[in-house]
Design a protein around this ligand. Structure first.
Ligand code: PLP
Length: 390
């Protein structure tokens, strides 16, 4: 093992106390009233898409994040799809998306028969770079009939999706300003950032529309699930309508006033979610304690830096991340090999979205150098709340 590899692996194993056993990347924790609430669903027969836990979960989410309304969905991708529809994204449009994200961000755009238009990220927040985006939009677009049109493709650009990577808030002041300057709706992909705050306000409540995810590997899980957070009551009602097959409320008639979706979260999943949300403050404490331990362990390591929360932000540290020294050939893969051989599930960043077969033809900034550099150097470390508990 070379010296840089040893230094990084030692730092990780100082934090994770028993490297002999398999350590998952992110494990759910069911230490609250999960059994009680799920049993209640089974006992009462309310397991499906109508039930008291769905309403309660939505109220709890809105209260916890400071969002005006929440609409629970089957997963985060569905929530993002509904956000894009609500923002007015139409077939043939382009939507600005960070090149570094989980595939769901781009998939949701494709579900609208629109195209993701990939933009670069900042090295510190790992989210969209507002200055670079403003320069890019100024260079490649023009106004036609009140719409912002990509001059190279002739397609309208109709929204921006910002993603808070691994729980670290993106530069929202900058992005809100760019969105306003170019007249574009801003949507938060807050799938990874439940409990993170930007200048004291919760991620997911910083833009008029946001998507959350409660997949099994997220900070809070409902098995599978998601939610839309939305400011405006009318839009919230429309999103809920679209998530429930556009059924017109009636005591017995089945009338649906549009082609819509079966995207509503089932009650049994929401029951799990209610119990999980009660534990969120504890999860956040534990995850931030773990992040501090990693930060301390890496303070003296020159071959890698710990990715700390940006200034004025609190991260939920959904997945802790380090950036290894790019000057050492093969360092990232050597570290991944040693850690995974020892049962420590460290993972690289996602392959950049612009490199995936479905999206190689999609429009993009020519300069994606930061996303490419971060993509080559980033390693996510085991981040389960249980690892930070004392
Ligand atoms: C998890 C995640 C989603 C949504 O995923 P689902 O599995 O559909 O709940 C969307 N975007 C990002 C960035 C994610 O990490």
């Amino acid at each position: 093992m070379t010296e840089p590899v040893r230094a990084i692996v030692d730092a990780v194993t100082r934090v994770i106390d028993s490297p002999g056993r398999a350590v998952p990347l992110h494990e759910p924790r069911f230490a609250g009233r999960e059994w009680e609430y799920v049993k209640d669903c089974l006992d009462t027969g309310w397991v499906s898409s109508v039930g008291a836990y769905v309403d309660r979960f939505e109220r709890d989410l809105a209260e916890m994040t400071g969002a005006d309304h929440a609409v629970a969905t089957v997963n985060g991708t569905a929530a993002l799809h509904l956000c894009l529809i609500a923002a007015g994204v139409r077939p043939g449009d382009e939507v600005i998306v960070p090149a570094l994200s989980f595939v769901a961000t781009a998939n949701a755009v494709a579900y609208c028969h629109a195209q993701p238009h990939f933009a670069d990220i900042q090295p510190d927040t790992l989210g969209l770079d507002p200055d670079k985006l403003a320069n890019h939009l100024a260079a490649v677009t023009e106004r036609r009939d009140g719409r912002l049109v990509n001059r190279e493709t002739g397609n309208p650009i109709t929204a921006i999706v910002v993603m808070h990577a691994f729980g670290h808030p993106a530069d929202m002041d900058g992005l809100i300003a760019v969105a306003a300057d170019f007249g574009l709706p801003l949507i938060e992909d807050a799938a990874e950032s439940l409990g993170s705050t930007y200048k004291g306000r919760h991620c997911g409540a910083l833009a008029p529309l946001a998507a959350l995810s409660f997949n099994g590997n997220k900070t809070v899980t409902t098995g599978g699930g998601g939610a839309v957070l939305v400011r405006d009551a009318e839009t919230a009602a429309r999103i809920k309508h679209l998530s429930t097959t556009a059924k017109v409320p009636h005591r017995w008639e089945y009338v649906h006033d549009a082609v819509a979706f079966n995207y509503r979260m089932p009650n049994i999943n929401a029951a799990l979610g209610c119990a999980q949300l009660e534990q969120l403050p504890g999860f956040l404490d534990a995850k931030r304690r773990l992040a501090k331990a990693y930060a301390n362990a890496f303070a003296e390591v020159t071959a890698a830096e710990f990715v700390a929360a940006p200034p004025d932000c609190e991260s939920n540290y959904w997945l802790n991340a380090i950036l290894v020294d790019g000057a050492v050939p093969g360092l990232r893969d050597d570290v991944l090999t040693v850690l995974n051989d020892a049962g420590v599930m460290a993972r690289p960043a996602w392959a950049l979205l612009n490199t995936l077969p479905a999206f190689t033809g999609s429009p993009r900034m020519t300069d994606l150098t930061i996303a490419e550099d971060v993509g080559r150097r980033l390693i996510n470390l085991p981040s389960s709340a249980a690892l930070g508990e004392i």
